[in-house]
Design a protein around this ligand. Structure first.
Ligand code: SF4
Length: 528
């Protein structure tokens, strides 16, 4: 549905800020692709763009792809911005640029919803999800698009049911410029891990879209040029197990109709390993990757952070179960926990080697507002607001030791030979369990083949010829070529290249230890 009953016409500029370089944005992989410039289409802003009155002209710009120009600001009557904490500095910068053109600027999304006081200069703060605050914002802009005399805070009390969400305005975004496609499937999580702000922001009772909404979005993404992979965004794919089971046959049907052109991925708690019926459905729907917040292999630490559900199945066994359904596990890891010991880094490296997980986002603990961790550390007087630090947590271990451990882990885990060995394991032990999609004209299309050839050329030239780990690369690549594993070669080489390069920055101190750190860093992809 859309906002209705609005008489006036307003020109709206939806601006998505640049990301600060991080493990999860894959920017070092972009030069190996055919023109990818950004990670995933921003769901929230594209949703709002679709919800605006149908007769309002909307311009959408993702500044990871191109920067808004003076002409864009001159065209607009108001600017809408959304983003996460990690984009805070860039969002405030957009506000400054819009105000230079005397434009009204409204901000919504997860960061402002958790921390309204991070955004003192914005004219409107939209706190919470799509709902009555959105209607109020639209009504105010319709009545008068000029800047209010003082900041107005609009808080959503009545959320719009997700089953009534419009399809995000994917047609406004340059979908082929994104590394991954994405669809928001659910919101909220029933668990309460101490460090996580999801239950506080979105509730413990997961809200979901219907299977029909998901397949309609998939068709639209396909029309807009999506290729390769799509991430079903949601805080926990099995937050509502029945809903996950209901969705999967629809995804299977969609894959059959469209020729298996997309691989799916999602985020779920590790106890999904106890649900073989869901895993079997995911295999049939061609899920290739699953992100699990393992956080730490230490059971004492898991208990302390209230993530006991990670221990419902022994962690190694759970990983192997997911692998046996053809899914590669991607894992989140946290260092700097109260339970960490001087030997934690060594234990983590041993875990990485034993689990054979190629991609682990190793972050430093950061206390986010609206989390039980924040409240505890505030009580213990252990929150430190200092932009020169990599975390706002006063660790139990000496700060420098924690940072040194993080750097050492990044440096060693992502040595090219070690990482490519882990990919070798996945290709030989996990991927053979995947569904082998039937040949289809869509998969064998000239567009797909051309894309593969371009990426292969880029990989061979930029990694195999110009790269500084070419011997390791060729040892890995020649085995893939000999076995005809071209698709695996491309997908693993792209991700591996980013991880190797990013980890080098990290271990040499050129990037933050915490994804959420306020420490000033260069933004990832310069908008031109
Ligand atoms: S399971 Fe994941 S999404 Fe749910 S509370 Fe824990 S960290 Fe957050």
């Amino acid at each position: 549905m859309r906002a209705e009953g609005i008489a006036n016409v307003r020109r709206i500029l939806c601006l998505f800020p640049r990301y600060t370089s991080s493990f999860g944005t894959f920017e070092y992989a972009y030069p190996l692709t055919d023109g990818v410039r950004a990670f995933m289409p921003p769901q929230g802003l594209l949703l709002i763009a679709a919800y605006l009155p149908a007769h309002w002209p909307v311009r959408f710009i993702d500044e990871n792809i191109r920067a808004a120009t003076a002409e864009d600001f001159e065209w607009a009557e108001a600017v809408l911005v959304s983003g996460m904490h990690v984009q805070r500095r860039q969002m405030n910068d957009i506000c400054r640029r819009a105000h230079a053109h005397d434009l009204t600027v409204a901000i919504g999304g997860p960061s402002v919803s958790a921390c309204p006081d991070y955004y003192p200069s914005f004219d409107y703060l939209h706190v919470g999800e799509l709902g009555d605050a959105t209607d109020e914002l639209i009504a105010r802009l319709s009545r008068d698009p000029s800047r209010p005399e003082q900041q107005v805070v609009l808080k959503t009390v009545d959320r719009l049911d997700m089953t009534r969400f419009p399809i995000p305005a994917y047609e406004l975004a340059e979908i082929p410029r994104y590394f991954l496609g994405s669809i928001q499937y659910s919101s909220g999580c029933p668990y309460q891990c101490e460090f996580c702000d999801i239950p506080g922001l979105y509730g413990r009772n997961p809200r979901l879209k219907t299977p029909q909404q998901i397949t309609a979005e998939l068709y639209k993404l396909l029309e807009c040029g999506i290729m390769g992979a799509d991430y079903l965004v949601g805080d926990n794919f099995i937050g509502n197990r029945k809903a996950a089971l209901d969705l999967l046959p629809h995804l299977v049907e969609w894959q059959k109709k469209t020729g298996y052109v997309l691989r799916f991925s999602c985020e779920a708690t590790l106890n999904i390993a106890k649900r073989p019926e869901i895993l079997a459905g995911m295999r049939e729907a061609y899920f290739a990757t699953i992100f699990c917040g393992i956080e730490t292999p230490d059971p004492v630490a898991l208990k302390a952070m209230h993530k006991d559900h990670n221990m419902m199945v022994p962690i190694m066994e759970a990983i192997q179960t997911l692998n046996s359904f053809g899914m590669e596990v991607v894992s989140g890891i946290i260092l700097g926990l109260d339970t960490d010991k001087p030997e934690t880094g060594q234990h983590l490296l041993e875990f990485i080697e034993a689990s054979q997980i190629p991609l682990l986002t190793i972050n430093l603990l950061q206390a986010l507002p609206k989390t039980p961790l924040w409240e505890r550390l505030e009580r213990e007087n252990r929150l430190i607001e200092d932009e020169g630090r990599d975390s706002n947590v006063d660790f139990r271990l000496p700060y420098d030791d924690v940072i040194t451990t993080w750097r050492a882990c990044m440096g060693r885990a992502y040595q090219p030979d070690k990482l490519l060995e882990r990919y070798e394991y996945q290709i030989t032990q996990t991927y053979p369990h995947r569904l082998q999609p039937p040949p289809s004209p869509e998969r064998a299309s000239w567009k797909n083949i051309k894309l593969g050839l371009i990426m292969l050329r880029n990989i061979f030239w930029k990694v195999g010829v110009l790269g500084d780990y070419k011997l390791h690369f060729w040892r890995f690549a020649l085995r893939r070529l000999a076995r005809g594993e071209i698709e695996y070669l491309i997908s693993s080489a792209l991700v591996a290249h980013h991880l190797i390069k990013f980890a080098r920055d990290a271990s040499s101190g050129h990037t933050n230890a915490s994804y959420y750190s306020l420490k000033l860093q260069q933004a990832s992809v310069p908008a031109e």
